[in-house]
Design a protein around this ligand. Structure first.
Ligand code: DOR
Length: 441
């Protein structure tokens, strides 16, 4: 039998190498990139051409909620990662507010076990901080496959919460790795909830969880992160004020925004989508959205994360404030952002930084985020000219809907290569899940 030098040869694409696009080929053996440069198809067991397409390092979504265990009527690891795969995402970090919450080794290992057989993408899981584990976080964060610690400073879906300042201080002092933080001030949320006119419906959501709720909380994070040199990552920033505040954030603080906050704005989104547009922290006015885009162009924002947070349409139809917060997004994040690239809101290079390079640098992911010999063969192939319409019927999430349903976009992932195998091509999913646990340095 003929011996091949490469299991897979990728030809004719614009490959993103060392910050520039190069017309070259990639040779893959097992799950690694082993050669970049001239290549002969006869030396490859399998060959594929991507003429006029861009070959990017695999896109990484560092903020998804896949609801397994306990809430699998909304989502599970199989369907969540299938959506990720279809959306050009090769690795995910999953959040701990499942049921039970992921707050100890037993619950953590349960998730790893499920993902080992059911995950289409590579995966890591966060451990949730709570009163009971706050002084042991430095032990928990060391587990293989742990992305880091997640802190909810304001209540959201589930019951994970670190609302007392002294517990926040202990957590930020204890954690040695990066800590991802949902930054809304619980005390203020409780006080303001009493004053809100509930009969006005979801339009009150952003009045209740106002910009000061976010700012007060983010100031507390800065105070303790600076005191202890904690690597704090502030998730889904929603206000222009925080972007301003974080402009001189220093080298330990990093910042994430979601495609929802960069695309939707109030009151328009609530008029059109009602509680489908409800999330925490809320979608705010166009002024805030402009501030977030400024944060992208001036380098304050480091990462784009989907905050994929599915709930069923039935649950979402409940009268606000009983309607749950969050919307699906892992499958649409890259397309939405490519459309923004086509609209000149950011460059493709910047997008690669936000969705691949920076997640690797910030969380110390090993051997991913760059197309380099010796690195993992996780690649996202995109067609910047492909026009698509987002349709609920194509959403793989168990929740089966998208806030962007009906939206026309230019730019789409056309293939996803994970661990050296083509797992998605032109919207078709191939073979079985073969995601691997992510290694960290
Ligand atoms: O809107 C949200 N939904 N924000 C969060 O932080 C949690 C999420 C969820 O899990 O539903």
């Amino acid at each position: 039998m003929k011996k091949y030098d490469f299991d897979l040869g990728i030809f004719k694409g614009n490959v993103y190498i060392n910050g520039v696009f190069k017309n070259t080929s990639i040779g893959i053996k097992k799950n690694k990139i082993v050669h970049i440069g001239q290549l002969k198809p006869e030396n490859c067991l399998q060959s594929i051409e991507f003429e006029n397409k861009y070959i990017l390092p695999g896109m990484i979504d560092t903020q998804v909620h896949f609801r397994e265990p306990g809430l699998t009527h909304k989502e599970d690891i199989y369907h969540g990662t299938k959506g990720a795969l279809l959306g050009g995402i090769t690795s995910i970090f999953e959040m701990p507010n499942t049921s039970p919450a992921t707050i100890n080794e037993i619950e953590f290992q349960k998730k790893i076990k499920i993902a080992e057989t059911n995950s289409w993408t590579n995966f890591a899981f966060f451990i949730g901080a709570c009163k009971a584990n706050v002084s042991k976080l430095d032990e928990l964060e060391k587990m293989k496959g742990c992305a880091g610690i997640k802190i909810f400073m304001g209540s959201s879906t589930g019951n994970l919460l670190i609302s007392e300042e002294e517990d926040l201080e202990i957590a930020l002092k204890t954690c040695k790795r990066r800590v991802a933080i949902h930054s809304e001030d619980e005390k203020r949320l409780i006080e303001r909830f009493k004053t809100i006119n509930k009969s006005n419906g979801v339009i009150e959501h952003e009045k209740w969880r106002d910009s000061l709720s976010a700012i007060i909380s983010t100031k507390k994070v800065l105070k303790y992160a600076k005191k202890y040199n904690t690597k704090a990552h502030i998730l889904h920033i929603s206000t222009a004020d925080e972007i301003q505040l974080l402009q001189n954030k220093g080298k330990f603080i990093t910042v994430e925004v979601t495609p929802q906050h960069l695309t939707l704005f109030s009151p328009d989104c609530y008029n059109k989508l009602d509680s489908l547009a409800q999330m925490n922290p809320p979608i705010r006015s166009l002024e805030h959205q402009i501030g977030l885009w400024k944060g992208i162009s001036n380098g304050t924002v480091d990462v784009i994360g989907s905050d994929h947070a599915p709930h069923t349409l039935e649950e979402k139809k409940k009268q606000w404030p009983n309607s749950p917060s969050g919307m699906p997004g892992v499958q649409t994040t890259l397309s939405i952002m490519l459309n923004h690239v086509n609209n000149k809101k950011l460059t493709l290079k910047k997008l690669i930084e936000l969705l691949s390079e920076n997640p690797c640098k910030i969380y110390n992911i090993k051997n991913k985020g760059f197309i380099k010999e010796g690195y993992d063969a996780d690649l996202t192939i995109v067609d910047l000219n492909k026009e698509i319409i987002i349709k609920n019927e194509n959403i793989a999430s168990k929740s089966g809907w998208s806030p962007f349903n009906g939206m026309k976009l230019k730019g789409s992932p056309v293939a996803t290569i994970i661990n050296g195998s083509i797992k998605m091509i032109e919207g078709k999913v191939l073979e079985k899940p073969n995601g691997k646990v992510i290694d960290f340095d």
